[in-house]
Design a protein around this ligand. Structure first.
Ligand SMILES: Cc1ncc(COP(=O)(O)O)c(C=O)c1O
Length: 350
């Protein structure tokens, strides 16, 4: 009953096998090896973007912060959701790597920015005066931090407004595959065709050991990224081990089938909560994360039975009236089983 995070899952067997296979002989370093060529080929092919520049890093925070660094000057302002990973979970890395750009926090239910909330934020953020930060970029997280999904037409509506205001557009796709299979669209439809300039394409949460790709759809921005990645200490010398993971992940639809499995388990869990007396869903379940509330006594039972998940927020006390609802985040991964889900629901209601 492990639902604490998809980061807690193991590595997909195909990815592990690819790492092992890569571990023979010699290969050129710093991304000049054949596996790195293969990653570039796979991403360009699958995103229908023959000119895209592709770079690998080891963490999502590096992917996001370095991506933003090529989209904003140090005096820029980056619009993102109030609950975004950029704002809440990156220890100020966007400010650090951009050399000082500030985040402008945009509202929206279920961690989604809407055209109305973006319009308000743009209106309230003066630019042009020497005294103000200059508006520079928009970052959308897909799937969002509340497990919801922007569909391509929603992305397009937001990037359209951003472009009209002169902003570049980034997508934090730490769970991009989960968003893609949920929306049922192609990688191109979700990104450059919908106005995204740079994508952080996650691998780790969906079954890699530790690799994320940055996909830059305008190659004119690529060289600066390369320099920034090196300067940040994120240019891995033994690059083939990052590339082996990403190549296996993107081969034979593995990334999509892994995400499909995770999303299906979350849908099963979500349906279980919807049917559980006294429980309620807090955000719509659209991908692999479920946000549900149920009475404190059910949490005590689940935790005593060894279930692992996060109270969301984690400040909710486990001591208190039995029937108070406490909200939790439960994340499914490629290795979550139906038995895990059913046991979790049974323990809470038992
Ligand atoms: C939405 C989102 N973006 C980015 C990240 C990347 O984080 P990390 O730097 O831990 O790989 C995470 C991880 O939790 C995330 O949830």
């Amino acid at each position: 009953m492990f639902f604490a995070s998809d980061n807690g899952s193991g590595v997909l067997p195909q990815v592990m096998a690819a790492l092992s296979a890569a571990n023979t002989g010699y290969a050129r370093s710093y991304g000049s090896d054949p596996l790195s060529d293969e990653v570039r080929r796979l991403i360009r092919q699958q995103f229908e973007a023959p000119d895209a520049a592709v770079y690998l890093v080891a963490t999502g925070t590096a992917a996001n912060a370095l991506s933003l660094a090529i989209l904003t000057p140090p005096w820029g302002a980056v619009f993102c959701h109030r609950n975004s990973h950029l704002e809440e979970d990156e220890c100020g890395a966007p400010g650090f790597y951009t050399g000082g750009a500030k985040l402008v926090l945009v509202e929206g239910d279920h961690a989604k920015i809407t055209p109305a909330t973006l319009a308000t934020a743009l209106r309230q953020t003066p630019s042009g005066s020497v005294h103000a930060s200059q508006i520079a970029a928009l970052s959308l997280t897909n799937i969002t931090e509340n497990g919801t999904v922007y569909r391509p037409e929603e992305v397009k509506a937001l990037t359209g407004m951003a472009q009209a205001a002169g902003l570049a557009c980034h997508m934090d796709g730490a769970r991009f595959a989960n968003a893609l299979v949920s929306a049922g669209c192609t990688p191109a439809e979700m990104t450059w065709r919908a106005g995204i300039d740079v994508l952080s394409l996650g691998g780790t949460k969906n079954g890699c050991m530790g690799v994320e790709a940055v996909v830059i759809f305008d190659p004119a921005r690529a060289w600066e990224f390369e320099l920034r990645r090196k300067r940040a200490g994120h240019l891995f010398s033994k690059h083939r081990y990052l590339s082996a993971q990403m190549a296996a992940y993107l081969t034979d639809g593995l990334w999509l089938s892994a995400a499909q499995k995770a999303n299906a388990m979350a849908a099963r869990l979500s349906a279980g909560f919807a049917a559980l007396p006294g429980a309620q869903l807090v955000h719509p379940t659209e991908a692999n994360a479920v946000f549900a509330a149920w009475p404190r006594k059910g949490h005590r039972k689940a935790l005593a039975a060894g279930a692992s998940y996060s109270l969301w927020p984690d400040s909710q006390p486990l001591d208190g009236p039995e029937d108070d609802l406490l909200t939790a985040r439960l994340v499914c991964s490629w290795c979550t089983t139906e038995a895990d889900v059913d046991q979790m629901l049974a323990v809470i209601s038992g």
